[in-house]
Design a protein around this ligand. Structure first.
Ligand code: IMP
Length: 494
């Protein structure tokens, strides 16, 4: 008979924090959410907001990575089957200059307006440059916005008939402050930057500039570029991209595997170490032994979570996994023992199954330094993919990396030769999530709730939360009491 190691495995949703004295030092406006993501050659790579967007195709592309880094978090660009695409996404984030956008949906003058309308509906964008060849770096001929045409009558006429051609533009090399001054003076919300020959080089949105000024917490590297991570797999076939990701200045690498307690992770860490000192986050693990194994192998950060992602069927398929609270308690105790024995502090990332600020707060209180989320970010306007409408409600597509749609063999195929994965099976599903709005609203809202939780727990930082949080396991009846009961909510009363 196998050994029963624990009477039960618990979820984050079963724990609640007990309040502690809120002092002036822990007042909500004094709470900092700064945290350590992983060890780095200069100490630690730190985040101003402890949120990491999952290395999933449905979640983290360059657009998401730029938005989240500006909010103080960070994204991990997933291992895409197309190596060039992954590299170019990292490049795009590192090349991004606050306020200047170097890629945007662009139309040709003879494109029917119907396409502009479709883009408005699915992407949420409303301003588009028009160039001679329809490419971003073509010759700029005009600009079309959602206010320039009548969606009831103009759909079949070409863009050229409605685009604005009297444009205010600025020459390449214009500094951001000057671009802002031009936009204020001319009352424009959009400023194309063009070369001497009239080709479009970049565009500045006033909204973005204001974002830049409003988000002083952006995570930037020492050259002022936004911080971004890149996922790598343990499969030798994917090794060729690792030096290229390093060359493109990926700030850290994340080894992706559904089960990180493997010799393949150790070999991959050793391989990366033989190339450079870029920080490496390994995982996923759910036990103290696995944490120690990866710590000894040289991991700079370790992801915790198995079988609990929102669309994950690993436990159904392999009967392997663990409740996220129990996994964190076990792994964090191994981390703390290691520190007590004189070892270095290895930050822990709670990955998967976090659906609310309450889950995030419990994970941090149990000792996680940051949280990695897929579902949460898939709900944002900034995640890859279009917004779909059904019965008056908005949705986005969300698919897991082990689903048949993603078929991420580097992560979910344990054999050695992924060219002959005859025994590959799905470990995740694909489906839909409700579209909740922009990340620029969602993340600050969640941070505000998190700060309030820390303040109630008498803590002004995540480090203090680790030291002094007191949590209690709740019975099913107590959990029932903690959600709305004995009344019908307005939105459910029809
Ligand atoms: P979520 O935030 O609950 O949706 O979980 C996201 C996390 O689920 C990711 O960061 C991965 O660790 C994990 N994950 C992604 N795809 C799969 C899958 O196909 N099967 C199992 N776990 C997955």
């Amino acid at each position: 008979m196998g050994m029963i190691v624990n009477s039960s495995s618990t979820s984050l949703k079963e724990y609640r924090l007990l309040p502690a004295l809120t002092s002036e030092a822990s007042a909500k406006n004094k709470v900092s959410l700064h945290s350590r993501l992983c060890q780095s050659p200069s100490g630690y790579l730190r985040l101003n907001t402890p949120f990491v967007s999952a290395s999933m195709q449905a979640v983290s592309d360059a657009r998401m990575a730029i938005a989240l880094a500006r909010l103080g978090g960070v994204s991990v660009i997933p291992v895409l089957a197309d190596e060039e695409r992954q590299i170019s996404m990292v490049k795009k984030v590192k090349q991004y200059k606050a306020g200047f956008q170097r890629e945007l949906i662009t139309f040709c003058p003879d494109t029917p307006i119907r396409r502009v309308q479709e883009s408005n509906d699915t992407t949420g964008y409303s301003i588009y440059p028009v160039t001679d060849n329809g490419l971003f770096h073509g010759k700029l001929l005009g600009v079309i916005t959602d206010k320039d045409f009548d969606a009831l009558v103009d759909l079949d006429i070409p863009v050229a008939e409605r685009m604005k051609t009297q444009l205010v533009v600025a020459p390449d090399g214009t500094p951001l402050t000057e671009a802002k001054a031009i936009m204020i003076e001319t009352g424009r919300g959009f400023l194309p930057i063009v070369s001497e020959e009239g080709t479009l080089k970049s565009v500045v949105f006033r909204k973005d500039l204001e974002h830049h000024l409003r988000f002083p917490d952006a995570n930037e590297d020492s050259d002022g570029r936004l911080v971004v991570g890149a996922a790598v797999s343990t499969h030798p076939q994917h090794r060729s991209r690792i030096p290229r990701l390093i060359e493109e200045s990926a700030d850290f690498l994340v080894i992706d595997a559904s089960d990180g307690y493997s010799i393949y992770q150790k070999e991959t860490i050793a391989y990366i170490r033989s190339l450079c000192d870029t920080p490496v986050i390994a995982g996923n693990v759910v036990t103290s032994e696995a944490f120690e194994y990866l710590a000894e192998a040289g991991a700079d950060g370790i992801k915790v979570g198995m079988g609990i992602g929102s669309g994950c069927i690993t436990q159904e398929a392999k009967a392997t996994g663990r409740g996220q609270a129990t996994a964190l308690i076990d792994v964090v105790s191994a981390r703390d023992n290691r520190v007590a024995a004189g070892g270095s502090y290895i930050p822990i990332i709670a990955d998967g199954g976090l659906s609310s600020p309450a889950d995030i707060c419990v994970a941090l209180a149990l000792g996680a330094d940051t949280v990695m989320m897929g579902n949460y970010f898939a709900q944002c306007t900034e995640s890859p993919g279009d917004i779909y409408y059904r019965d008056g409600r908005a949705f986005k597509k969300y698919w897991m990396e082990g689903s048949l749609q993603a078929r991420n063999l580097g992560r979910y195929f344990l054999g050695n030769d992924e060219n002959t994965p005859a025994d590959y099976f799905a470990e995740g599903v694909s489906g839909w999530v409700a579209h909740k709005g922009s990340i620029f609203d969602l993340v600050p809202n969640s941070c505000s709730k998190l700060k309030a939780s820390l303040s109630s727990a008498g803590c002004c930082s995540i480090r203090q939360l680790h030291k002094s949080a007191r949590l209690e396991h709740q019975s099913p009846v107590a959990i029932g009491d903690s959600s709305v009961h004995n009344m019908i909510k307005d939105n459910e009363f029809e």
